[in-house]
Design a protein around this ligand. Structure first.
Ligand code: AMP
Ligand code: MN
Ligand code: ZN
Length: 844
């Protein structure tokens, strides 16, 4: 706490109390008096029995006793401690009540202890830096930590978790309390300056919503407030100047560039004045997500052509003027300046959430890398290609809350924006040179970047079905009790994470949650034994957790068939999802499923092909943006004249296609059949397209050198959006062996479909349907065979895509952590651990 604040608090510590000392003295006196009074009461035994034989005494004791119990109960409720003291006194006996009281005291004191620890973190002397090294296991799949040159710096591919022992929770100093309630995120700007259209947000305390949105709708967690700058984004026209080739401006060496750390309002205002004169700026953010439910923007790096700036957004978060100043500037920039970011998907949301900033005129170098079909899309790769700078990504996972900022972190943070404008120059030129007369490539990048800008920050929303996702991913087989425990613990964890403002991974990591629910420990100690290291909040809420387990143990025992739930998880964070083997920093394919596909140009629409022939890249260079032939047709020899007929035929045929997959799906109201059917159609086209492609084996991650001059089929991205996974290059090889036996394929297909993901890697069978093609009516099939019989003999014969999975699940009695949290201790096998290892300290 700053001195200034301390004096502020000393003015009126609590209503009626000037200082903390006053308050504690008064409290102590009261407590003493109460103790004295209670000691004066007749003691249990003879005295008590004697006095209570008088009815008058009994009545007073009863009334007062109940009153006190009620007071205690409301204190417990206020402290969110569970336990019933007041119920019919006959039902809850005295000992139970006493237990509840002791537990409650423990919990409250534990919490106080935690807060005191937290508060003592203020002592700056103790902020010794801790550097822990971690070598990521899955180097091969994640591009962000891959070194571009295999020879050099391999030892660097392990990165360090730079943290400090006593980092004060920045949230403690925030003026506006963080809103973690399970409701939609409300944009924090109060008005919309310099807008083209000022309807949505006006100068008032509350956000004014478009007419078609009722207040009730905003109560629904699934509701999303519209983007305040929707209109501006839709009508944005890039300046002609930014569409022309221009000589790249070399970046000054890092050592010769001035770097300013902006920590107060004065400095911020100066910076704003400087920024107003800039035509383009580079921006990046650093973020912390472990000790906060939604995450915190810790730093905002800005680079101009000549200077680097690092804004301490934890320190300046409180400055509302910061928001206002900036929003105004931002909108001004919209007209004159371009904001260059790399892989901005997360950054856009973070800016909206923490600073009320909306970026409007963006060039995302990550999107440019995609359109240019570069081998990798990471910033590290671009730095290497364009600047011959070997980026040091080892501090990516640093705890960015550390203050004062260590030298290493400053350097790291600067590098993220320092070269970005130069990279922008280079990439923009390249896009223009490789594009057609319409400058299609550059426009495509701008369009994609604008789409990223149009995203609205979404708060993680809890729904009752969420736990099933974790359950299914875990491949465990739980009975009804275990599932009940999982469900309730999951919900408990969400509630605690919101209340305490911690990440769910900090409250209780997934693998521990599963472990506790699997074992259902009878004793409290057993709960702790499931966790190593023991999360502080688990210790603190042990009683509550234990009660949940005891309740779950009462549930009637039945075997549960896994219901199919396909709710998208709000918790799936592409960057932090530590469970994901496909963790790829700047992979934004996941975003695209949220995007509106309605307006996307679609090749299935023949008018588009006819009206905009240039759109598909007729430039004389080697560039083919799309296949010259329509992807749709199966009749290769038709000339354009006959196109309509072919198109008609193709449409007729596709209309008759009924994917076998759809036949096996249970009937749903929401038209999932149709969706799968459409997916299948896309796959079909992809398959056909691939057939036309030259026989060069193409991999998703690195195109062969010869292919590099050709910018190939990039725009199919739009068409394939629901399958963003394919584009993201998860390291799987695309052109798989087509000779895989059909049965295996079908099994896999069904399995994938159950997981809610049809993946494109799977090659469709390529039989071309004849004109008089009559599809087999799968509805006549006896679907019951897929349900699996109950008898053992039946099971053997019946196709059960989950059989293997279940067997695995059942067999694995030994605890094997399936997940490792990026920032938690490195997961190690529970069984193998010796005693000293078991006493791990929970990471702060
Ligand atoms: P960057 O865009 O590389 O500057 O990253 C911005 C922030 O994203 C970092 O401060 C991290 O908090 C977070 N981040 C980036 N990559 C990862 C990762 N692989 N794992 C966890 N967090 C990440
Ligand atoms: Mn970034
Ligand atoms: Zn960064």
């Amino acid at each position: 706490m700053s001195e200034e604040k301390q004096t502020e608090t000393e003015e009126e510590f609590l209503p009626g109390f000037d200082t903390l000392t006053n308050y504690t003295q008064q409290a102590l006196t009261t407590a003493l008096q109460a103790t004295k009074c209670s000691n004066d009461l007749p003691a249990t035994g003879d005295d008590f029995d004697y006095y209570s034989s008088y009815q008058g005494v009994r009545e007073v004791l009863d009334i007062e006793g109940n009153r006190i119990l009620n007071i205690i109960q409301s204190i417990l409720k206020y402290q969110s401690v569970k336990g019933n003291l007041t119920g019919n006194s006959s039902a809850v006996d005295l000992e139970d009540k006493f237990d509840v009281l002791i537990d409650a005291n423990d919990q409250i004191l534990e919490r106080v202890g935690g807060w005191l620890d937290e508060a003592s973190g203020i002592k700056k002397k103790e902020t010794t830096l801790v550097v822990a090294s971690a070598t990521p296991k899955h180097n091969a799949t994640a591009s962000w930590n891959k070194k571009s040159s295999p020879g050099q710096g391999n030892n660097l591919s392990s990165y360090r978790l730079l943290t400090a022992r006593n980092i004060q929770r920045p949230q403690m100093r925030f003026r506006d309390k963080i809103d973690n309630v399970n409701r939609p995120f409300v944009p924090c700007i109060r008005y919309k300056p310099n807008a083209m259209k000022t309807l949505e947000v006006i100068i008032s305390e509350s956000l004014q919503l478009p007419e078609d949105i009722t207040p009730e709708m905003t109560e629904n967690p699934a509701f999303q407030y519209p983007h305040p700058y929707q209109h501006e984004l839709a009508h944005l026209k890039p300046l002609q100047k930014s569409l022309n080739v221009s000589a790249p401006m070399d970046p000054k060496p890092l050592g010769e560039t001035e770097c300013m750390i902006v920590t107060n309002l004065e400095e911020l205002k100066d910076l704003c004045n400087t920024l107003m004169t800039q035509e383009e700026i580079a921006i990046d953010l650093e973020h912390h997500s472990y000790r906060s439910f939604q995450g915190l923007t810790c730093l905002m790096q800005i680079s101009t052509r000549t200077n680097d700036y690092i804004i301490d957004t934890l320190e300046l978060r409180n400055e509302t003027t910061f928001n206002l100043n900036h929003v105004q500037l931002w909108v001004k920039w919209k007209v004159i300046s371009v904001q260059v970011l790399h892989g901005a998907d997360m950054d856009i949301g973070w800016l909206q959430r923490d600073l009320g900033l909306y970026i409007i005129n963006m060039f995302d170098t990550g999107q440019a890398a995609r359109v240019l079909n570069m081998a990798r899309h990471s910033l590290a790769h671009l730095l290497q290609v364009y600047c011959q700078v070997e980026a040091d990504k080892q501090y990516q996972l640093a705890d960015w809350r550390i203050r004062p900022l260590p030298e290493e972190l400053i350097k790291y943070a600067r590098e993220d924006t320092h070269y970005l404008l130069y990279i922008y120059d280079k990439m923009r030129n390249e896009l223009i040179e490789r594009g057609n007369e319409q400058n299609n490539l550059l426009h495509s990048v701008i369009q994609k970047s604008t789409r990223v800008c149009s995203q609205v920050y979404r708060k993680p929303i809890y729904t009752d079905g969420l736990y099933m996702e974790l359950y299914k991913k875990s491949k465990k087989v739980f009975n009804s009790r275990q599932l009940a425990s999982l469900k309730n613990l999951y919900s408990w964890r969400d509630r605690i994470a919101r209340v305490e403002d911690e990440s769910i991974g900090y409250v209780l990591p997934n693998h521990m949650l599963l472990q506790i629910s699997e074992i259902l420990p009878r004793e409290r100690q057993g709960v702790l034994a499931c966790c190593n290291p023991i999360p502080p909040l688990v210790r603190q809420y042990l009683i509550e957790i234990h009660n949940i387990i005891m309740e779950a143990r009462e549930v009637p025992l039945t075997t549960v068939s896994t219901p199919k739930i396909k709710e998208p998880s709000m918790y799936k964070h592409p960057k932090y999802n530590p469970d994901s083997l496909l963790n790829c920093t700047h992979d934004m394919s996941y975003q695209q499923k949220y995007q509106d596909l309605g307006n996307t140009p679609c090749l299935l629409d023949p008018t588009l092909l006819k009206e905009n022939p240039t759109m598909f890249g007729n430039s004389k260079e080697n560039i083919t943006i799309l296949k010259k032939k329509p992807l749709l047709t199966v009749f290769e020899n038709h000339s354009p004249k006959e196109f309509t007929r072919a198109q008609r035929m193709a449409a007729a045929i596709t209309a008759t296609f009924v994917s076998p997959i759809t036949q096996y799906l249970p009937e749903t109201k929401d038209g999932k059949h149709e969706q799968v059917f459409n997916n299948w159609m896309l796959m079909k086209h992809t398959a056909v397209k691939r057939k036309e492609a030259p026989p060069t084996p193409a991999t998703s991650s690195g195109p062969p050198a010869a292919k590099r001059q050709k910018v190939e089929v990039k725009d199919t991205g739009d068409l394939l959006q629901p399958f963003g996974k394919l584009k993201s290059g998860h390291g799987r090889i695309l052109g798989k062996d087509t000779d895989i036996e059909t049965s295996r394929k079908k099994k896999k297909k069904r399995k994938m479909e159950e997981e809610g993901e049809l993946q494109l890697e799977e090659e469709e069978e390529e039989e071309e349907p004849a004109e008089d093609f009559t599809p087999y009516d799968y509805s006549k099939v006896n679907l019951n065979i897929f349900e699996g019989g109950t008898s053992k003999e039946g099971k053997k014969k019946v196709f059960d895509p989950n059989a293997g999975m279940r067997r695995r699940g059942r067999g694995s009695k030994v605890y094997k952590p399936q997940f490792s949290t990026a920032k938690s201790q490195k997961s190690s096998t529970f069984g193998k651990m010796d005693k000293s290892q078991r006493q791990q300290i929970w990471p702060k």
